[in-house]
Each structure stands twice: as structure tokens, then as C-alpha cells.
Design a protein around this ligand. Structure first.
Ligand code: F6R
Length: 259
């Protein structure tokens, strides 16, 4: 796992968008895996800015979101479908028909999970998966204890996740279950970028990058992926033991690219 020490949260967001831009230049119909939450808001802002400036186009791309709450009415502002409409679809040229989320309102959630996996496969698989990380080390809504071989399925949200999600529901109870891509689904992406910002993520980042591979920290499964980079701001990186090494490696890699 490559750890990239970023100057701040904006730098992390710009580096993620640089990767999206480079991918789209090479493959305009690329398939992106996308997160929601607070962390990627800067990234979506930058994507919208570059789209308006004409340096990047999502017109031929497809997107697959990691997760969606179960049981929210259509159009509920707390739903991830509404989040994606607000933050990406309304602000870029991404076609709504090419923006997919797990069907959290489906009657048959097992069938909906299988269909989501099939849809990703039919699209050719995910070229670039972007992730955030939960305070407890979750990726998507794969809470601690999730099988490292899990696929898209229903997950019950942990109390830590429920507490973190309350802010999106105006004080009302947030949904307690979600449909989420599994860890195995995520690991099939050709490339993965995880963005981590803020001191509250420092423990999870250390566990993920330097702790043991363990279902107790689902993000540690990314250690098994050969093309994963973590974009961490100084606060999120503050508890890493091998920071000096990451710094040195980053400087040498940059020199190699510039050479
Ligand atoms: C959201 C998702 C979650 C979030 C994580 C961090 O689609 O998959 O894993 O990335 O909960 O959320 P924030 O960025 O709000 O701290």
C-alpha cells in the first residue's frame, strides 16, 4: 500500500481528481467506483470545477457508488442517490443513466445485490475505486468483522457509524441498515485510492496501513491490493510510524517521474 502524505485536504482531493483526469484522458468511458460522506466533498467540488473548465469530461464514464441506505423514500435528501445528484450529477456532464447505486429500496435486497455485482461486471469492472474510511476502519459499509471475501449485501451499521451519520439526518434517526459493495467487490477494482482527512481518522489510518490484516479493521484488506494508494492529510497521517519512509519514498518517486 502506497501512503501519500498530502499538504492538506485540498491537496488530497486534487490528487484524487488528477488520477480521475488522467484515467479519463486514456479511457473516456472509464468506470469509477465512488464514495459519499464528508471526505469526498472537496473532490466532487474539484471534479465539478475541472468539468466546467473543460479539462475533464464524465460524459462517457460510468459510476458505481459503494453503498446506499435501506428503506429511505425516493428523493430523501439523506439518501446517497440525492447526495450524488447534488454533488456530482447536477454539477458535471455525468449522465444520470450511467450513475449507479445499490438499490436500497428494492423489495428483494438479495436479488438487488446480485444485480449490482452483475452490472459492475457487465460494465467491465471498476477501473478506479475511490474510498473514504470510517472511524472504525470501515470501507463502504463493511463494518468491523466483515468477511474479507464479502460481496454486495445488506449490512447493519455499527453504533459508531450511526453516530457519525446523524449529522445528515437533521437530528432524526439515521437508517440502521445499508446495501454495500463487499470487501471482495472493492478489491476487484483495478486501482484504489483512499482519501483520509482529519485527526479523527488517524487511528483508523494507522490500523489500515501499518496494523495486521484483520477483519477488525476492514480497510486493512487493502494491503492485499497491489495498486492501492492512501491520500492522507497531516492530521490523518499523524499516528503513522513509518512516516519518514513514506516521505522519502514519495520524494524519490517524484524525482524518478521528473527524470
Ligand atoms: C460512504 C462510505 C463510507 C465513508 C466513511 C467516511 O459511501 O462508503 O465508508 O467513506 O464512513 O465518511 P466521512 O467521509 O463522512 O468521514
Amino acid at each position: 500500500m502506497e501512503v501519500v502524505l498530502c499538504q492538506d485536504a485540498s491537496d488530497a482531493a486534487c490528487r484524487a481528481v488528477d488520477a480521475v483526469e488522467a484515467l479519463l484522458r486514456e479511457k473516456p468511458d472509464a468506470v469509477l467506483g465512488l464514495p459519499t460522506g464528508s471526505t469526498p466533498l472537496l473532490m466532487y467540488g474539484e471534479l465539478a470545477r475541472r468539468c466546467a473548465a473543460g479539462t475533464l469530461s464524465l460524459a462517457k464514464a460510468s459510476t458505481f457508488n459503494l453503498d446506499e441506505y435501506i428503506g429511505l423514500p425516493e428523493g430523501h435528501p439523506g439518501s446517497y442517490a440525492a447526495y450524488m445528484k447534488r454533488n456530482l450529477i447536477d454539477k458535471t456532464d455525468l449522465r444520470i443513466s450511467h450513475a449507479f447505486l445499490p438499490a436500497g429500496r428494492a423489495k428483494d435486497l438479495e436479488a438487488a445485490s446480485r444485480e449490482y455485482e452483475d452490472r459492475i461486471r457487465t460494465a467491465g469492472g471498476i477501473d478506479l475505486q475511490i474510498l473514504g474510511i470510517g472511524l472504525n476502519g470501515h470501507i463502504g459499509f463493511n463494518e468491523p468483522g466483515s468477511s474479507l471475501k464479502s460481496r454486495t449485501r445488506v449490512k447493519t451499521l455499527s453504533s459508531a457509524t450511526l453516530a457519525a451519520n446523524i449529522k445528515d439526518f437533521d437530528g432524526a434517526e439515521p437508517p440502521t441498515m445499508a446495501l454495500t459493495m463487499g470487501i471482495a467487490t472493492i478489491l476487484e477494482a483495478r486501482r484504489i485510492l483512499l482519501i483520509a482527512t482529519g485527526a479523527s481518522k488517524a487511528d483508523a489510518v494507522r490500523e489500515m496501513a501499518e496494523g495486521p490484516l484483520s477483519a477488525n479493521c476492514p480497510a486493512s484488506a487493502l494491503q492485499l491490493h497491489e495498486k492501492t494508494a492512501v491520500l492522507a492529510d497531516p492530521s490523518a497521517a499523524s499516528l503513522l510510524k513509518n512516516k519518514d519512509y513514506y516521505q522519502r519514498s514519495q520524494a524519490l518517486q517524484a524525482r524518478l517521474k521528473g527524470a
